[in-house]
Design a protein around this ligand. Structure first.
Ligand SMILES: Nc1ncnc2c1ncn2[C@@H]1O[C@H](COP(=O)(O)OP(=O)(O)OP(=O)(O)O)[C@@H](O)[C@H]1O
Ligand SMILES: CC(C)(CO)[C@@H](O)C(=O)[O-]
Ligand code: BAL
Length: 278
């Protein structure tokens, strides 16, 4: 696997591959890799000729400074995992490589999705996500970019940006990979102590409850009963539990295509998860 830290080195190498007719797949990550990330790499290896994974903990998308400071960075392990997965190129730039200018302006307007759910609870988050993803797209010139459904709203935001800015990139959303007991894999799970790890199961259990009972209960009853998964433990602090239209994330008024989404603090660790219902 080639390891590249400079934007221009990556772009010039990838331009050569493109001239040979090869299709580039990009898997953007913030590192601390787990099987969820590696499943995206596997998809990229399957659908494209050259797979680039990026590892960059993007400061502009963190609204919480402590969250940024304690974000795990096990780079040696990450490299070993990517090597083993058969990834072709790792791009891992320093912050000043991606942001040579301090407080660089970024004008893209995310729109309504920036006000809902993650946008509401993490103000400015999607401004930062679109800023870095745009830079990664320009640098890695992918034909296809792979994202996880765990960050469902992020996928909608990036899809909108790709449409609005007419970027010639195909986007693929990949299934959520879970631990055997149902917990969605996340780099932040590493912060959970054993008690919190157990409490964190409430997210997937509540989502599964909603999915299993979607045709049996009303939307209000589903939400009321699912909320109960979060009331028994003082380790859990639910931020939102919503049942939404999967296209625009508006609260669902009547049964139809639907997705349930949750964000919850488990101790001091904020986790998100979601499940398609119909
Ligand atoms: N369990 C998972 N299954 C599938 N894809 C995932 C999973 N977790 C993360 N991803 C995807 O991997 C990509 C990189 O995500 P990121 O590096 O933020 O990992 P993360 O584990 O979600 O970390 P965090 O704890 O910050 O949420 C995103 O497209 C994300 O949706
Ligand atoms: C897409 C991304 C790598 C941008 O920093 C990040 O938001 C993530 O890991 O989902
Ligand atoms: N997986 C989304 C990146 C973040 O939490 O900032």
């Amino acid at each position: 696997m080639k390891r590249i830290t400079r934007k221009e080195d990556l772009t010039s190498l990838l331009l050569q591959y493109k001239q040979e007719g090869k299709r580039i797949g990009l898997v953007p990550t913030m590192g601390a890799l787990h099987q969820g990330h590696l499943s995206l790499v596997q998809q990229s290896l399957k659908y494209t000729d050259v797979t680039v994974a990026s590892i960059f903990v993007n400061p502009t998308q963190f609204n919480n400074k402590t969250d940024l400071l304690k974000y795990p960075k096990p780079i040696a392990e990450d490299i070993a995992k990517l090597e083993q997965a058969g990834c072709h190129i790792l791009f891992h730039p320093e912050v000043d490589e991606m942001y040579p200018e301090v407080d660089e302006p970024w004008e893209y307007e995310v729109g309504e999705l920036d006000l809902l759910l993650e946008g509401e609870f993490r103000p400015g988050h999607y401004k930062g996500v679109t800023q870095i993803v745009y830079k990664l797209f320009k640098t890695a010139i992918p034909d296809v970019a792979f994202f996880g459904q765990k960050d469902y709203q992020q996928f909608l935001v990036i899809k909108k940006m790709v449409n609005d800015l007419h970027l010639p990139i195909q986007l693929k959303s990949c299934d959520i990979i879970r631990e055997a007991d149902g917990l969605a894999m996340s780099s932040r799970n590493i912060h959970l102590n054993p008690e919190e790890r157990l409490a964190a199961l409430s997210l997937s259990k509540a989502l599964l409850f909603i999915k299993d009972n979607y045709n049996l209960l009303s939307i209000d009853e589903l939400k009321q009963q699912a909320n109960k998964f979060f009331t028994g433990s003082n380790l859990l602090n639910l931020e939102y539990l919503r049942i939404c239209n999967p296209d625009n994330l508006y609260d669902l008024q009547e049964k139809g295509p639907a997705i349930a989404l949750i964000a919850c603090f488990v101790g001091t660790t904020r986790l998100i998860d979601n499940m398609m219902l119909a």
